[in-house]
Design a protein around this ligand. Structure first.
Ligand SMILES: Nc1ncnc2c1ncn2[C@@H]1O[C@H](COP(=O)(O)OP(=O)(O)O)[C@@H](O)[C@H]1O
Ligand SMILES: [Mg+2]
Length: 273
């Protein structure tokens, strides 16, 4: 990994250093526990307003890393700082600055999108009227038909529910958005819409966005920099262009980069969750 130019501290959204997390695992019938080093020593500095991609196959540590950034898991070693605040010691303050969107977004499935968003923002002290107008605007922008706002969430497709999850994250005006595979399982059109929306959010909300994905084209298209993660470690971190010129053998896609670094393609490695 190349040396990173120093970023002035007030321009850093997130900093991670020496970050590690292991789990103990035992398969049915096995006698002994095995240690899985899900995150095995990660250092990272993310400047404000960056869209950083974390690209890697299933099981490479993406969600564990994001959960530590989101204060949901306590690191075994190292630290995460969000706008200078320690994610373990200043947990509540950090939570106000971030929002995580995961594949399995938690909603009240019997309530409508609008009701879910109002509930979420009510908790954060935004007035209902204001938040409902903003919710309607965001969901419309995301291509969610207006009548879909009024039916229980359980009647929406996975793609539509994912859009509601992103809208909910936006409503609480997070400075740092952590998107854990927000487009996995979406059809190509919805995936595009979500990607466009992420770009718009960055442009309009002064947001910093960390997004995990196993879609190379997505990483290439929307990320300023991409970290390639394999077995809990970053094996490369650079702009898509930089990655291609260093590891891509003159090719124009991240596919060759990935193959050269990891020795397999993402398609071989990844069974869609
Ligand atoms: N709560 C947990 N208990 C045991 N093992 C876990 C737990 N969470 C993740 N792991 C293991 O850690 C590794 C990384 O998982 P994860 O961070 O979910 O990867 P990814 O999001 O890239 O698919 C995997 O081997 C996974 O089985
Ligand atoms: Mg994951």
């Amino acid at each position: 990994m190349g040396a990173m130019p120093a970023i002035p501290l007030d321009r850093v959204a997130l900093e991670a250093s020496g970050l590690k997390k292991s789990f103990r695992e035992r398969e049915a019938g096995e006698r002994h526990w095995r240690q899985v080093d899900a995150v095995a020593g990660i250092d990272l500095v993310v400047p404000r307003r960056e869209i950083l991609g974390i690209l890697g196959p299933n099981g490479s540590g993406k969600s564990t890393l994001i959960r530590m950034m989101a204060t949901l898991l306590i690191p075994d070693a190292g630290y995460v700082r969000v706008f200078g605040l320690d994610a373990t010691r200043d947990r509540m303050a950090v939570r106000r600055l971030i929002n995580r969107v995961s594949v399995e977004a938690s909603f009240f499935k019997k309530l409508t999108a609008t009701e879910n968003l109002a509930y979420a923002t009510g908790l954060y002290g935004v007035s209902n009227r204001e938040s409902q107008q903003e919710a309607a605007r965001i969901l419309e922008r995301l291509g969610l038909p207006a009548q879909k706002l009024r039916v229980p969430l359980e009647q929406l497709s996975r793609g539509q529910q994912q859009k509601v999850a992103i809208a909910r994250a936006l409503l609480t005006s997070p400075n740092l958005m952590l998107l854990d595979e927000p487009t996995t399982g979406l059809d190509p059109k919805s995936r595009r819409e979500v990607q466009e929306f992420i770009l718009e959010v960055r442009a309009t909300h002064d947001a910093t966005i960390i997004i995990s994905t196993h879609d190379m084209e997505e990483a290439d298209r929307i990320c300023d920099r991409v970290a390639i993660i394999d077995r809990g470690r970053f094996v490369a971190l650079d702009t898509p262009k930089g990655l291609k010129s260093t590891y891509g053998q003159g090719g124009d896609s991240l596919e060759a980069v990935f193959f050269n670094l990891i020795g397999s393609t993402l398609e071989q490695d990844t069974i869609d969750a």
